[in-house]
Structure formats: C-alpha cells, structure tokens
Design a protein around this ligand. Sequence first.
Ligand SMILES: C[S@@+](CC[C@H](N)C(=O)[O-])C[C@H]1O[C@@H](n2cnc3c(N)ncnc32)[C@H](O)[C@@H]1O
Length: 303
Amino acid sequence: MTNQPRAARHVPVLAREVLQWMALAPGMAVLDGTVGAGGHSRLMWEAIQPEGRLLGIDRDTMMLQFARQQLPDERVVLCQGSYADMEELRSRCNFPQPDRILLDLGLSSDQLADKERGFGFDAGGPLDLRFDTSQGIPASEFLQTASENDLTAMLQDLADEPRAASIAREVVLTRQTNPLRTAGDLAQLCERVLGARGTGPKDRHPATRTFQALRITVNRELEHVSRGLAAARTTLVPGGLIGVITFHSLEDRLVKAEFRDESYWKVVTPKPIAASPAEQRFNPRSRSAKLRVAQRLPGNSAG
Ligand SMILES: C[S@@+](CC[C@H](N)C(=O)[O-])C[C@H]1O[C@@H](n2cnc3c(N)ncnc32)[C@H](O)[C@@H]1O
C-alpha cells in the first residue's frame, strides 16, 4: 500500500451528465467499476437512496482509501480488483446484479499527485505507473527490457507520438549506462529528444504522450476495457444501463464497437456526450472526456 491519503483532489468529470443519462432511481443497485476518489459514486449513492446499494471497485488500494472518506456509509461495499473481473467480485461480495454500471477510465488526479509511483513528471520516486503494484512489472523495468521496435510501436500506437522512433532510440542508448529509474529521468529524456515544447499542445509537458503510452502498457488498460465490456454483457441486469467515460481514442473505439453489437446492446447516446465549455474551462481534464451510455437488451440472457 502506498502513502496515506489526505483529502481527495480529483474532480469527477461530466458529473451532471452522468446523473442525467444514467437515470438513477431510489432502490437501485449500482456498480462503479472505477470508484477512484468516490466523486461519481457519492452523487450516485445520493440518487439511489433510500434502499439503494453501491459496489465500488478500483485496482488501486490508495484510491479505495479516498473513496471510503467520501463514502463512509458502511452499506457501501468497496473492493480491490479490476472491473474486468466484475462478475467474480460482485458475487464474492454478495452484491446483486447491478441496474447501473459506470466506468470512468484512466487516471485520477490523486494518482497524478502521488509521488510514490511516478505518475507525475516531477515525481522523484520510482517510475512504476501501475494502479496495482502487485501485478505486472513497473514501467522502469519495461523501459529497461523492451526492444527498440516495441518501444517505438508502443509510442506510435498508444500515444500517436510523432517522434516515437527518436524517443525509443534514446531510451535504448541511455539505459545501457543510466537505467531510467524515476519519473524525472524519463521526463528529462523526453525534453532532451523533443525540446521543451514537445510535440503536443503548448500547455502539455513534452513527456505527456510517453507517460500515457507507458501507463496504458504496464496496466494493460485496453485489455481490461475489452474484458470489462464483455463482462458487463451478463453482469448488468437486462434492461439496465452502462455508462463509460473515456479519455483516449482507442478506448472510445472499443466502447463504440462494443455498443454497436445489437445482440447485447441498445445505444442510448448515439453521439458521445462531451463536457460543456464551462466544465472544460474549469477542469481541463474534461476536455478529452467522452461519455457513452447503452442499455442491456431487456430480453437478452446470452453470455
Ligand atoms: C478517472 S479515475 C475515476 C474517478 C472517479 N470516477 C471519481 O469520481 O472519483 C479512474 C480510476 O480507475 C481506476 N482503474 C483503472 N483501471 C481500472 C480497472 N481495470 N479496474 C478497476 N479500477 C481501475 C484507477 O485506479 C482510478 O482510480
């Protein structure tokens, strides 16, 4: 377990839209597969009282501690694991088939602020980037062992990094004498290759794309999204709703493709819901957020 959390700083994105499109009602059972700091969960919890039930899942034990601060009611069940395993987690906790599932993908601002795992560029601690440090390998180990071709492909495929090959080359050259151990080591390498302005928007650090690609890789995030969506087909109550908020085009593509499968889903939001201009000004994280909602076909019992 990492450091003891203080007050959560994460601001839930599209909160009003989630409440509106998820059509919550008293007495419902809600599964929040990415409970994070509990921002969305707290709002949903209020909307399903009295008699509502909520199961919050997160891979990161630090985030579950934040969530418990937001959701002190002991009827709220919090559980460490991946939403990809939602059916097993739900039955282990004796939680009913949910009427609503929410997945708010990606990273929390509280993880970005955690100096222990290197999510932020200025973190002096080890470059780990895992949500669950008991699984897989830390990002520093991946950078030390991956081939130059694999590093290039990762940066191209997961981050559209135009200078992918140059960064991969520099990683391979640097690691021979100086393994990249901290977030600062990698951030400096990206600055060296890309210059202070980088290849992204002006207000982004040049290492933003590289960190994103690495985080998605070490956490196998796209694989979990695919497995989670497949699990939702049968975990959700027939007629129930699932809402997914994505921040990355590859994630959104997976969600869109899944919801197009008419043997399981009826699309509720034909176009993804984006944050209002006011929210985008107030919370820059929301700029790339897309919410899609689908209904499990009422008569569907396939699985
Ligand atoms: C954007 S944050 C969620 C914020 C939350 N909705 C709130 O309002 O506070 C994403 C969270 O998902 C968690 N996460 C990422 N992948 C996961 C997975 N496969 N299963 C469960 N949790 C995951 C992260 O640890 C992080 O806490």
